[in-house]
Design a protein around this ligand. Structure first.
Ligand code: 4AD
Ligand code: MG
Length: 437
């Protein structure tokens, strides 16, 4: 009798006869001795298949097994300090469950070269099995947990918001249009407007789900479908919003550093600067950010423009923690942001820019809470009033200063894992001109 176990339970079963099921990740043929590195999702284990220890047809099956076949291997589990992972299985039985076609498309290339990114993306359904990709996605799962736990512990209520929506919230240029039967509809760019309604019931809420932007450009930082967590807080102004953001982001970073140290090491991420991500974060006014650009490679940057990726990088290079830029020009920001009463050409917005060139990870603001101000903004942006009637209604029944923010999950994951491109931060990325598989 052998006990079925997962590879990460090996320490509890040394000296026992066990059965592993998994995929053949690597193999080495030494004649009478076959080394099979088996992956089961919890870990990988080296299995030693020695001709004299198995029935002949089972040894032959092992000898001819193809990469990524699903197999079952039983035998005695040994502690083996020289083996990767510290344990080894002496195979006594080998069974093929699902033989993989040969060759495996993502097998290491014979000439030692690397597969191109298009090829890898076309095989994303298999590429996910790569240890590097698995380390990234495991880190993603931990980051999601850290996000939820912190917000839940701080009294934010998770309230889901719709994906099919009748109106734009973050500008009309990047909407994914669809049909709701006969009426025009759009995939949600954000859940924020709905969260502004749910704070009326709960005070502090968050939504967390996929959001959609038809960004017609091929950048390292933009996905068409990405996950955003959006906390929203009643009776909260800009400064408090920034305090919440810095505590929240610090918690997420520190949790991932603690719980995914092995994965980050496997990704060869130098985490020294991430250790430093603790409140408070530096805060600079948009005016000062422009001055900073003038002094650091962009002498002609005009006041009033939005920052592109190179500008964000020039700003963040001056700091070793994430940096807030606040009070952006009204003209470059969303219609719902509260103007600064002292300088109404600016708004009470705060973007958080990650260090090390990872760009904007959080966008937040205080929202307009005055009915007339909001109505004027909707008109000025030529948005259809009917679609925003309910949103305006919120300003009629218990309006108060409120604020919130959106954090892009993939942007933060890129930063934590040190990824050069957002395509690795999603299990099945939707990129410009790509939504296969
Ligand atoms: O700055 P954004 O557009 O803000 C909002 O949508 C607000 N409604 C948030 C709020 O206040 N509740 O987006 C927020 C964040 C960005 O900082 C970025 O991290 C991420 O979402 N993001 C993207 N991530 C990947 N691909 C894209 N195309 C993204 N667009 C925004
Ligand atoms: Mg933004």
């Amino acid at each position: 009798m052998t006990t079925p176990i997962k590879i990460n339970q090996a320490a509890d079963h040394v000296g026992q006869d066990v059965t592993l099921t998994g995929w053949v990740q690597k193999r080495a043929d030494k004649g009478k001795l076959q080394f099979i590195s088996l992956r089961d999702g919890s870990g990988t284990m080296q299995c030693v298949v020695f001709k004299k220890n198995l029935p002949e047809e089972q040894f032959d099956a092992a000898r001819h097994i193809t990469l990524e076949s699903a197999v079952s291997i039983s035998g005695n589990l040994r502690a083996e300090p020289r083996a990767p992972g510290g344990y080894e299985l002496d195979a006594a039985a080998f069974e093929v469950i699902g033989r993989a076609a040969d060759p495996y498309p993502l097998a290491p290339k014979r000439d030692g070269g690397e597969h191109g990114s298009d090829f890898l993306l076309n095989h994303r359904h298999l590429w996910l099995r790569d240890p590097r990709q698995a380390a990234i996605l495991r880190t993603r799962a931990t980051l999601i947990g850290a996000i939820r736990n912190w917000l839940d512990d701080q009294g934010f209520v998770l309230v889901d918001t719709p994906i099919i929506t009748p109106a734009a919230a973050e500008g009309t240029t990047n909407l994914f249009a669809t049909k709701y039967f006969d009426e025009p509809a759009y995939l949600a760019q954000t859940g924020q407007l709905y969260s502004e309604a749910t704070i009326g019931a709960f005070g502090r809420v968050y939504c967390f789900g996929p959001t959609f932007r038809a960004e017609k450009s091929d950048t390292r930082r933009h996905a068409m479908e990405f996950w955003m967590v959006e906390p929203e807080m009643a009776f909260t102004e800009l400064d408090e919003n920034m305090e919440i953001i810095e505590q929240f982001v610090s918690h997420c970073v520190q949790t991932v550093l603690r719980e995914r140290a092995a994965e980050l090491a496997a990704l060869e991420r130098d985490t020294s600067r991430l250790q430093n991500v603790l409140p408070p974060f530096p805060r600079i006014h948009y005016d000062d950010a422009v001055k900073l650009l003038h002094a650091n490679g962009y002498p002609d940057f005009p006041w009033g423009e939005d920052f592109g990726a190179p500008h964000e990088d020039a700003i963040s290079a001056q700091f070793d923690k994430p940096v807030f830029v606040h009070h952006y020009p009204r003209a470059v920001k969303a219609f719902y942001m509260q103007p600064d009463p002292e300088r109404p050409e600016t708004v009470l917005a705060c973007d958080l820019i990650a260090p090390e060139g990872y760009g904007e990870i959080v966008g937040g603001s205080q929202r307009m809470h005055d009915y007339q101000t909001l109505l004027d903004a909707i008109d000025a942006h030529k948005l259809p009033r009917e679609a925003y009637e309910w949103y305006l209604d919120l300003r009629q029944y218990g309006a108060q200063p409120h604020s919130g923010f959106g954090m892009g999950l993939e942007r933060v994951l890129m930063w934590l894992c040190g990824l050069a491109h957002i395509r690795e931060a999603l299990p099945f990325p939707r990129l410009y001109r790509r939504f296969y598989p």
